[in-house]
Write a protein that binds this ligand. Structure first.
Ligand code: ADP
Ligand code: F6P
Length: 473
């Protein structure tokens, strides 16, 4: 295997399921924050991406996609259940999201998590050239930094957590809490979305491991591990450019006409996940129809919810509940030719998403907990016309950067209804001022600014050269 000076390690390869029998594949931006964020940085950058090709069994032989060499890591069927669906998405995912669903613990899952993390670390050790930078992503791979350091003490190791890092009261529920912390501390830099997460991590390093820690660094033996907040962002230029394209604007106009030219359109774009607050949002909308505050024909809700992780019963059940509620709302309030909710489960290409953002009078982003939420930022980037209102959960990481949004506590149903109405009835001048302020923030904090901040903190020696490669447009 040829070696690389930049190695990205993430659970999934960026190819979705689209793998031709001859091993050729295209870069696919599958729905999800990690894939959306890394695409604009890496698709043109010489690097090796280590990840799972998305199906159990032997690793397929894969051709490069663009400049990126793909290095697939095999996973057995059992490992897919125990590592991906089990420890990553049934233990860590709910726990890290405020335990909005009960985290599940099985001792067997830990063994698979460790085994798969070791396999990823070994693959990284093999392809990293001397002195390389290895950038490990997200909660599926928290043990990789330490395992890799044992194999390759010469490489620079960065770890970035895309999801929230919970407060100590929650984290300490984990039976393997000390090992998980030590795993992350194998990195030179541990990055989080928010400063509070870095604070939580520092506290845990002190209380659980007895280490000397501040919110900026942890001392581990003779090493200093830096920690900090690096709020992730989007390719602002790409989304704002797309949203001004004549074909996209025409498509937005067409969408509005197809929706029956309602006075107001509410749009929501999520992965189908219980952290996203989809059920709470549908309930608030139904009650507003019941109360007579909203009327079908005048207002319509477009809910996009792409299913995923469907091997997990909880996700299948959530989908059933959401679909039942959509059917109920349409049954009770719809008319022939006039639906109350348009419900779509398909992945869309970027121009179609941009058109959806342009047609939205209100974009509703109401997760119960979210690391960042890039959909909120994409909407802001798409609104060069300064129109449209962002309804945003206080519990999304993005709320810290976008305080001018209509902020809401999604657990408070009356508050959710009230704030949705406020956003729908906003004075255009007020909405425009809020949008302008949010756009200003994004203008200075796009995905390249994120990469600059992270990579220069990670590697003061090779940072500038690496940055030039990663952030070149
Ligand atoms: P998460 O990382 O939890 O999925 P984010 O909001 O941060 O949440 O990121 C979701 C990303 O997935 C966004 O970039 C969004 O554009 C993309 N996405 C969501 N739904 C779709 C869809 N139906 N088709 C294509 N991309 C989607
Ligand atoms: O950003 C959060 C995240 O969990 C990513 O790590 C992940 O790739 C994405 O959402 C989608 O989830 P999945 O890979 O399980 O489909």
């Amino acid at each position: 295997m040829q070696q690389s000076s930049l190695v990205v390690v993430a659970n999934h390869l960026p190819i979705g399921g689209n793998l031709a029998p001859d091993g050729t594949s295209r870069w696919r931006r599958s729905p999800g924050g990690l894939s959306s964020a890394l695409h604009p940085l890496l698709w043109h950058t010489p690097a090796t991406w280590i990840g799972w090709a998305g199906r159990p069994g032997a690793a397929p032989a894969l051709a490069d996609v663009g400049e990126v060499r793909l290095c697939p890591v095999p996973m057995t069927d059992e490992e897919m259940h125990d590592h991906y669906e089990g420890f990553a998405n049934s233990t860590l995912w709910p726990l890290y999201h405020d335990a909005v669903e009960q985290p599940v613990h099985h001792r067997r899952w830990w063994d698979a998590y460790l085994r798969v993390n070791r396999r990823f670390a070994e693959a990284a050790a093999e392809v990293a050239e001397a002195d390389a930078t290895v950038w490990v992503q997200d909660y599926h791979l928290q043990l990789v930094p330490r395992l890799l350091r044992e194999l390759r003490p010469d490489v620079r190791i960065g770890f970035f957590l895309h999801v929230p890092f919970p407060p100590p009261e929650l984290f300490t529920q984990l039976p393997r809490r000390a090992e998980l912390l030590r795993g992350m501390l194998g990195a030179d830099l541990v990055g989080f979305q928010l400063a509070q997460a870095a604070h939580n991590f520092a506290q845990l390093a002190t209380t659980l491991l007895g280490l000397e820690a501040t919110d900026r660094q942890v001392r581990v033996d003779d090493r200093i591990v830096r920690i900090g907040a690096f709020p992730i962002s989007i390719d602002v230029a790409e989304m704002s450019g797309l949203a001004e394209r004549p074909d996209v604007l025409a498509r937005a106009a067409q969408l509005r006409a197809d929706l029956g030219n309602p006075r107001q359109v509410i749009v929501a774009v999520d992965r189908m996940d219980y952290t996203k607050g989809i059920e709470q949002r549908l309930k608030a909308y139904r009650e507003l129809l019941e109360d007579g505050e909203l009327r079908v024909g005048e207002t319509v809700l477009v809910q996009v919810a792409v299913p995923g992780r469907e091997g997990i019963l909880r996700y299948r059940r959530l989908r059933e509940r959401v679909e039942r509620e959509v059917a109920r709302i349409n049954g009770e309030f719809g008319r022939v030719g006039d639906m109350a909710v348009h419900y779509l489960t398909q992945p869309f290409d970027r121009p179609e998403l941009a058109a959806l953002y342009r047609v939205a009078d209100v974009l509703a982003v109401t997760p119960l907990r979210d690391g960042m939420n890039l959909v909120a930022k994409e909407f802001v980037a798409a609104r060069g016309d300064r129109a449209g209102a962002l309804l945003l959960s206080e519990f999304a990481g993005a709320a810290a950067e976008l305080p001018q949004a209509y902020l809401v506590n999604p657990h408070d149903l009356d508050g959710l209804k009230r704030t949705l109405l406020q956003a729908l009835r906003a004075e255009p001048a007020d909405a425009a001022a809020r949008m302008a302020a949010m756009r200003e923030r994004l203008h200075h904090h796009d995905i390249r600014a994120w990469a600059r901040a992270y990579l220069s903190a990670l590697d003061s020696r090779h940072g500038p050269e690496l940055l030039a490669r990663v952030t070149e447009e």
